[in-house]
Design a protein around this ligand. Structure first.
Ligand SMILES: [Zn+2]
Length: 763
């Protein structure tokens, strides 16, 4: 097993995978060069593979605990409409099925954690019997996208124990993380035989001796296209003329101590400098050094070259280098719009008919409500109130910071209507949120179907929409963002909409105060879409109270606000769970508060800057100049973008050049100065994600531009990550693969702090 596996994981520690599929545009030219290099690497690897003798016997059974001697270990059950229990008795898997459900995976037993390699011949075997005669399917399938099978069979199980043996060759590209499934739901053969899944009686299936073995590896093809990521990391989009410019180097040779910045076309040297002494970076598994070329301010296209010949990707220096990226990062929110048609003139490839415009049922009732509109949250089509509030807050902060950056021509349907496009786009979501408030003032936590959609376009998710129960977290977040928005719209010529928002905020606030003791939101057992749970709502109450105080000038809000604030555990939070930072910034930008309650004001100030300065200390210690230590969580790029935003906001309150420098360092990280070498924003730079976990991009086989992906996640929280990232250093737990959804998904609220950062940078 080990010797064989080495062939498919060659070079993985030092190289990242580059896909051949191009998004087109600016990145394509550079991609061609990289593919040539990658093909050479792959050729070498193939030669090595064919000359190495593979020890088949030592590899053994690729399925773990196939004989069930270890009980249920390594085996999992999934149901979709079916009902079953599974147990291991006498070292045999016993599945008691009460209902099979209406789809083939209505009842499913599965296992991950093995690989299938192109050109290899396998034998798949198992034993099966049943209390009655029935058809079921086994499948070795891709674990994502269209879930198609690499190998599969329909088997008729009977009361007699039956031995199944099937040989096949893996003819598709190698898959490091496929899934083995026994589908015991309503399989095609049943439907073809005219059987009804409803009438299926209760029965039991036994499975044993599951085995997947290599029978011939002589034809193995190493088809993994790999590319050396440069040892010189730069912002792949570029640097503003006057900004700090620092390249980060990884694992240079000891005598490689100088660098030049050369004109990309002529090769002329534009700058020369020394490389700093390398330092150990445990979280990235490498040694890093730096080269500062901030002194180079001449506009142009360059690359950084070390004395030892290591080169960066090309980048530009000039004014407004983010203009192209900015347009697509802002436009992404429009492309995520739900409940309306996206027209081809504005949405291009991502145009689609109206989606999700049927009424939603209120969970546990027969009541139906119109909650159409808003933005699809992420790679799925759920719409969630709590992260929506964060997204709008970022957009409104960006608008306040630099309204001219948006203007009235972002290419959305409202462009040219005389209203700033940031306000138009935010209003699309706010109008949806207003529909999510029920007459009591409480706000539904989210609207989704009961399960995540298949890999389909939004208009093709047509199952019943469900409003999940009201939660205090959603209600308090709603109160906060409605009060904030109400103030902004009122100040910018739309008092009518502004007042509507503030009235909705007041109703939500009253409801939230009356339900302070309610438990935090948890999904009902029959809803399995994104949960966005939050056990501590004091930060939401603090935010709501301070925004209502600011919007109305009414000091009576302060008592409840201070009570919630006293219970806030962590400051400077800009995530969807801890949103204390928004409340603190709102408070610290209120002159009225500093005179109404100077002591409260200065306590908030002390705590906010405590969080800011702690982030600064951590950022200075990190070789990539970011606020990260040993681990990278799901959506690590969110915390990177949030920290950058926090530094800018801090600078607004108390001018400090270091805050700006480190805000830019966080932006540089997102655009390429990181251990993976990726520019994490789709469609710009040289090496950027082309296969994010994002259903429209997957269906259309075209990557939507302007999306910030989640980034490295050392928690290994999806089957692909568990199978492939095991030996990766924390800061490199990332691949551009749609199956790796815990590292390569996208969301509106990862884009939104990036919108803020870019808006602030473009001043
Ligand atoms: Zn939709």
């Amino acid at each position: 097993m080990r010797r064989f596996k080495r062939l498919t994981s060659l070079l993985l520690a030092s190289v990242m995978v580059l896909s051949l599929a191009g998004c087109g545009g600016k990145g394509e030219e550079a991609t061609t060069e990289m593919v040539t290099e990658a093909t050479e690497a792959a050729t070498e690897a193939t030669e090595e593979a064919t000359t190495e003798e593979v020890d088949l016997e030592a590899m053994g059974n690729l399925i773990q605990n196939g004989d069930f001697a270890g009980g249920n270990s390594k085996w999992s059950v999934y149901t979709n409409g079916g009902i079953c229990t599974s147990n291991v008795k006498n070292e045999e898997l016993q599945v008691d099925i009460a209902k099979i459900g209406g789809v083939e995976h209505g009842v499913q037993i599965y296992q991950d954690g093995f690989a299938l390699d192109n050109g290899v011949k396998y034998r798949f075997e198992f034993d099966v019997r049943c209390t009655m005669e029935r058809d079921f399917d086994w499948r070795l399938q891709i674990n994502g996208g269209d879930y198609h099978a690499y190998a599969s069979q329909t088997i008729t199980a009977t009361t007699e124990m039956q031995h199944v043996s099937y040989e096949f060759e893996m003819t598709e590209a190698s898959d490091p993380a496929p899934r083995l499934c026994f589908n015991m739901g309503y399989v095609d053969a049943m439907e073809e035989a005219g059987l009804s899944f409803v009438d299926m009686e209760e029965h039991t299936v036994w499975i044993d001796n599951v085995s997947l073995e290599v029978v011939d590896a002589s034809g193995i093809v190493n088809d993994k296209v790999e590319v050396d990521v440069p040892k010189v990391k730069v912002n792949q989009v570029g640097y503003e003329t006057e900004a700090d410019k620092i390249a980060v180097f990884s694992d240079l040779a000891e005598d490689d101590t100088t660098f030049t910045v050369v004109d990309a076309k002529s090769g002329d040297v534009a700058f020369e400098g020394d490389i700093t002494t390398p330092v150990e970076n445990a979280s990235a598994g490498e040694k890093n050094s730096k080269g500062d070329f901030s002194g180079l301010t001449k506009a142009g296209t360059y690359k950084v070259v070390t004395g030892g010949g290591e080169e960066s990707y090309e980048f530009t220096i000039g004014g407004d280098v983010y203009a192209k990226s900015y347009n697509s990062v802002v436009k992404m929110l429009y492309l995520q719009r739900c409940g309306c048609e996206l027209t081809e003139d504005l949405a291009g490839d991502f145009a689609h008919p109206v989606c999700h415009n049927t009424e939603a049922v209120v969970y546990g009732t027969d009541t139906k409500v119109d909650v159409s509109g808003g933005w699809h949250d992420a790679g799925d089509y759920g719409r969630y109130v709590v992260p929506a509030a964060k997204t709008i807050a970022d957009l409104l902060l960006a608008f306040e910071e630099n309204p001219e950056a948006f203007g009235d021509n972002c290419g959305i349907p409202e462009s040219g209507n005389g209203i700033n496009d940031a306000l138009d786009e935010a209003r699309y979501e706010l109008e949806w949120m207003l529909k999510m408030q029920d007459p009591t003032g409480g706000v539904y936590h989210k609207v989704t179907c009961d399960v995540f959609p298949e890999t389909v376009m939004p208009q093709d998710e047509v199952e019943e929409l469900i409003c999940a129960p009201i939660s205090k977290t959603a209600t308090a977040s709603f109160a906060a963002i409605m009060a904030y928005a109400g103030r902004i719209y009122s100040e910018n010529g739309d008092a009518e909409f502004g007042n509507k928002c503030i009235e909705a905020a007041k109703k939500a606030w009253t409801f939230a105060l009356g339900n302070k003791k309610a438990k935090g939101y948890r999904n009902p057992s029959d809803i399995v879409t994104g949960e966005y749970p939050d056990t501590n709502s004091n930060d939401e109450y603090f935010w709501a109270g301070i925004e209502l105080y600011k919007a109305t000038g009414d000091t009576s809000y302060l008592a409840e606000t201070k009570e919630a604030y006293a219970k806030v555990k962590s400051f400077g939070g800009f995530g969807w769970a801890n949103i204390s930072g928004y409340a603190e910034y709102a408070a610290l930008t209120s002159d009225k508060l500093s005179s109404d309650d100077a002591a409260f004001y200065s306590e908030i100030e002390k705590n906010f800057f405590g969080a800011v300065d702690a982030a600064l200390v951590t950022s200075k210690a990190n070789p990539y100049m970011i606020n990260k230590e040993d681990s990278y969580e799901w959506g690590s790029n969110l915390s990177i973008a949030n920290t950058g935003m926090m530094f800018y906001l801090a600078n607004n309150l108390k001018s400090n050049e270091e805050y700006i420098a480190y805000a830019n360092a966080h932006l540089n990280y997102l655009y390429g100065v990181n251990a993976t070498g990726y520019c994490f924003v789709t469609g710009v730079g040289t090496l950027y994600p082309e296969h994010p976990h994002h259903r429209p991009s997957e269906v259309l086989e075209k990557c939507m531009p302007g999306m910030l992906v989640g980034g490295p996640n050392s928690g290994l929280e999806d089957p692909y990550a568990k199978a492939v990232f095991v030996d990766y250093p924390a800061a490199k737990c990332y691949e551009d693969n749609a199956q790796a959804y815990s590292a390569n998904e996208i969301t509106i609220y990862w884009n939104s702090p990036l919108i803020y950062l870019l808006t602030a940078t473009r001043k």
